[in-house]
Write a protein that binds this ligand. Structure first.
Ligand code: NAP
Ligand code: G4F
Length: 339
């Protein structure tokens, strides 16, 4: 007689975001029933997501509204909750620090407490989307070797501060109630689903439009900061691995390499045959931040050793993939508009 294993159920907040899209596909491919927690009465991203990810069952709610989280838990009754929802743009967080604290910080408390008070503390495993922004880029912890799980935190934005509140709240629920809550301290990860408000996608989108004669240049802020940029598809696998591990814990996911925005520009423009990006870039102070994170470099050795996680996509492949994706997308749209 064949023994059927029950289908696992996941509830993903931030379903319309970059990671929500990658993760829900990954979980669906693994046989999960995926519920997506979606914000707003008439979210403009809902139709797009329904078309690209028809297998996701949507539940409306907001991370600032605990009642809606409780209701989502009652409907989905998940084995795993992935809390990806956040105001995630560092620059925007300086403009709306209070809202960022409510969503990105207190939203984490709302998720944890909702799981606890609905009697799911033992059943439901939780992934919390922590971030390398909590380190702040001041390289006094482990010069040259990269930040790891034991490095000091020194957030440099309202976003980083809110994420640190969420991170410590998650650890507190693990220690106080024995809940399975794991925090992924993820360094920057990018790809074809990245929002155009982030620097990598802003650049690749602009490169494609410049190639098709739709714009002449791109306006950016500071170009010297360095980031440890990986591919989002690799990183969502790491989130899942954290919840399959025997113990809840904190893990850094990173590539172990760091590159400047100028490095990204050079590779992106080379992809369309331009050896010099400078004629196509103008600096605009509007895109500079009151405090900058100079350099982020992560040490993923714990995740590699304990979870068997490894990134697959390297930096040049990431840039090439993003530019080619945008060239194809902008090319199709341009052909269509020209009839
Ligand atoms: P993203 O593309 O900006 O997506 C953020 C998601 O949060 C969107 O689906 C957004 O929904 C949702 N959201 C915003 N406010 C909400 C609210 N009040 N209630 C419910 N949902 C709300 O971010 P991402 O790049 O996928 O990142 C996923 C998570 O990982 C975030 O928590 C981010 O801070 C963290 N993280 C990201 C990186 C990275 O490099 N990507 C690195 C480290 C950590 P709407 O469609 O309604 O706006
Ligand atoms: O692409 P960014 O906006 O990403 P940032 O600030 O590193 O944050 C991202 O990664 C974090 C993990 O480390 C996540 F937690 C966070 O949610 C988000 O996904 O900016 C990268 C760098 C910064 O130094 C910024 O000042 O690019 C610089 N930059 C220069 N010109 C710009 C621009 N950033 C943006 N978004 N837009 C510009 O025009």
């Amino acid at each position: 007689m064949q023994v059927m294993t029950p289908q696992k159920v996941a509830l993903v907040t931030g379903i319309t975001g970059q990671d929500g899209k990658h993760l829900s596909t990954f979980l669906h491919d693994k046989g999960y029933l995926v519920y997506g927690f979606i914000r707003g009465q008439n979210n403009p991203r809902r139709a797009e997501l329904e078309a690209s990810h028809p297998f996701v069952k949507m539940i409306e709610g907001d991370l600032t509204d605990p009642t809606s989280i409780v209701q989502a838990l009652e409907v989905a009754n998940p084995d795993e909750v992935y809390n990806l929802g956040a105001i995630s743009h560092v620059g925007y967080s300086f403009k709306n620090p209070s809202l960022t604290a409510e969503v990105t910080g207190k939203g984490v408390l709302n998720v944890l407490e909702s799981v606890r008070i609905t009697g799911r503390a033992e059943k439901t495993r939780i992934y919390q989307a922590s971030t390398s922004e909590m380190f702040g880029g001041l390289d006094y912890n482990r010069p040259g070797t990269g930040y790891n799980e034991d490095s000091l935190f020194h957030p440099r934005s309202p976003y980083g501060v809110a994420k640190l509140y969420g991170h410590w709240t998650a650890k507190n629920y693990r220690e106080s109630y024995g809940m399975f809550v794991s925090c992924g301290i993820l360094f920057n990860h990018e790809g074809e689903h990245r929002g155009v408000e982030f620097v990598t996608r802003k650049i690749t989108h602009a490169v494609a439009r410049i190639k098709y004669g739709l714009q002449e240049y791109v306006e950016l802020g500071d170009l010297w900061p360095k980031r440890d940029w990986g591919y989002a598809g690799d990183f969502v696998k790491g989130m899942w691995l954290m919840l399959q591990h025997t113990e809840p814990d904190d893990f850094v996911l990173a590539t172990g390499e760091t590159h400047s925005i100028e490095d990204f520009l050079a590779l992106a423009f080379a992809e369309i045959g331009e050896s010099d990006w400078r004629p196509y870039v103008r600096q605009n102070p509007a895109f500079m931040r009151p405090a900058e994170v100079d350099i982020l470099l992560g040490d993923p050795s714990k995740a590699e050793r304990v979870l068997g996680w490894h990134r697959e996509v390297d930096f040049p492949t990431l840039v090439s993939r993003m530019v080619q994706h945008d060239l194809a997308r902008v090319g199709v749209a341009t052909e269509a508009s020209r009839g």
